[in-house]
Design a protein around this ligand. Structure first.
Ligand SMILES: [Cu+2]
Length: 196
């Protein structure tokens, strides 16, 4: 008889655990379907294949000190993975993913953006005048078995003119770059999701 009693408790626990799991699944479905709370913006996703084919990774200088940087993320790379900018004042980033969710972070700065497949994340970063040297770019969103190898490098070069004018106060990127809140806005597929 003791065994039967034990079995009843087993069934009770099965029901409790199954209800918790069903409740969580139902709330996820409710938020996703009924409330339409999918990525935290109302941008419409673009077909990943089309987007990836049309997206041109690379660096383009569009005015003195103004750069457009297009970056394609994938398992497990950033393309380009070496970016060199001379005296950047304004950097316009456009980043997308060809497969899963990645996270774009320039270590030591406040540049930190989620990269979703089907969405182009756009933002402008105005690096502080004392930002120079090599910055490590990492993926901060676990994206698979090679996640930890997903690195790139951003090098900011300052010309001698600036140096002699004394604009560079720090000259090192081993510490915080000093001035933060320099990210101007964040857009997904052209829709603004935050403004700085
Ligand atoms: Cu990753």
């Amino acid at each position: 008889m003791a065994n039967d009693e034990g079995l009843i408790y087993e069934y009770v626990w099965i029901v409790i655990v199954a209800s918790i799991v069903a409740g969580m699944a139902a709330s996820l479905a409710y938020y996703g379907i009924a409330l339409d709370l999918n990525p935290a913006c109302n941008a419409t996703p673009i077909d990943v294949t089309t987007l990836t084919e049309e997206f041109q990774p690379g660096v383009k200088q569009i005015a003195p000190g103004v750069y457009q940087v297009n970056i394609l993320a994938g398992q497990f790379f950033w393309n380009p993975n070496k970016i060199v900018l001379e005296d950047p004042v304004r950097i316009e980033f456009r980043i997308t993913s060809k497969d899963v969710v990645h996270g774009f972070e320039i270590v030591g700065t406040n540049v930190n953006v989620m990269v979703f497949p089907g969405y182009v994340a756009e933002f402008v970063w105005e690096p502080p005048k004392d930002a120079q040297g090599k910055y490590l770019i990492i993926c901060h969103e676990y994206c698979g078995i090679g996640h930890q190898y997903m690195q790139a490098e951003l090098e900011i070069k300052r010309s001698n003119t600036l140096l002699s004018q004394g604009d560079i106060t720090n000259g090192s990127n081993t510490e915080d770059v000093g001035e933060f809140s320099k990210v101007k806005y964040l857009k997904f597929n052209g829709v603004i999701v935050s403004e700085g």
